[in-house]
Design a protein around this ligand. Structure first.
Ligand code: NAP
Length: 241
């Protein structure tokens, strides 16, 4: 896909890799609808990236609000070419310490919200003559389970299954579906997780954005359906005494 003059939706565009994805897409001539709940952060990104970034204050867990926004934004002459399902969060705890509320929030954002928006965008992509692309941001936690992240694991394993099914379901409609499995990236993701601090050996959001560019720009009949990425050395740099 040539990214110039395309239309993208990026969920979770107010920080982290979603903000970097938006920047990369805009630098390549794509109009980006950047979705998140924080209007103030989206406004700052709009000021930085300019008019190709369209800030959209929207909680993807509210199915009817998502439907209203899609109805009001798109029509036969204005339809998205790219959907990046990136919004997500994680709560880390032993299973007997993980609250029902936190479990449900992870399910709502990481899995249900992805479904709410994807089901509305797919029919428009099916109508398009040109190839479209859905990219789901899972995690290495979608490939292997680990202690204290059972709930997050469950959502990201679920997202992997959703992505694989969609890839097989939509390939003959000219819609690519890719699922990313990143290891640790230095973003705000870890702000709510006491046991992990960001450090310079985590991957950088801009490098993940460059990987998205590569995957989106592949020739029409060439699909990278899964992509795992990790820091080579994931350990924090040792502090000099
Ligand atoms: N950082 C990592 O190490 C890492 C590794 C693997 C995978 N991932 C995945 O990468 C994705 C992005 O995470 P990040 O690292 O960039 O973290 P981040 O900086 O915390 O960004 C998360 C984004 O999701 C948005 N969001 C959360 N709940 C939302 C909701 N209900 N509706 C709409 N937007 C919502 C947040 O915006 P608002 O708060 O403004 O709504 C924010 O823009 C997530 O799916 C995460 O699971 C991250």
């Amino acid at each position: 896909m040539n990214l110039n003059n395309k239309i993208a939706i990026v969920t979770g565009a107010s920080s982290g890799i979603g903000a970097e994805f938006s920047k990369m897409l805009i630098e390549n001539g794509t109009t980006v609808y950047g979705l998140a709940r924080s209007t103030d952060k989206l406004t700052r990104i709009h000021e930085e990236l300019g008019k190709l970034f369209i800030p959209v204050t929207l909680d993807i867990t509210k199915a009817s609000a998502v439907e209203k926004w899609v109805d009001e934004t798109f029509d036969d002459d204005h339809q998205p070419d790219i959907l990046v399902n990136n919004a997500g969060l994680g709560y880390f705890a032993d299973v007997d310490d993980l609250s029902i509320e936190k479990w449900q929030t992870m399910m709502d954002v990481n899995l249900n919200g992805v479904f709410y928006i994807t089901r509305l965008i797919v029919p428009m992509m099916k109508e398009k003559e040109s190839v479209c692309h859905i990219v789901n941001i899972a995690s290495v936690a979608g490939l292997m389970g680990n202690p204290q992240i059972s709930g997050y694991n469950a959502t990201k394993f679920g997202l992997r299954g959703f992505s694989e099914a969609l890839f097989k379901e939509l390939r003959f409609d000219g819609i690519k579906v890719s699922c990313f499995f990143p290891g640790s990236i230095a973003t705000n993701f870890f702000n709510s997780i006491e046991s992990v601090e960001t450090h310079p050996n985590m991957m950088q959001a801009s490098d993940v954005a460059n990987t998205l560019k590569f995957v989106l720009e592949t020739p029409d009949n060439f699909l990278i359906n899964e992509m795992t990425m990790r820091p080579l050395n994931p350990k924090p740099p040792t502090k000099e005494a």
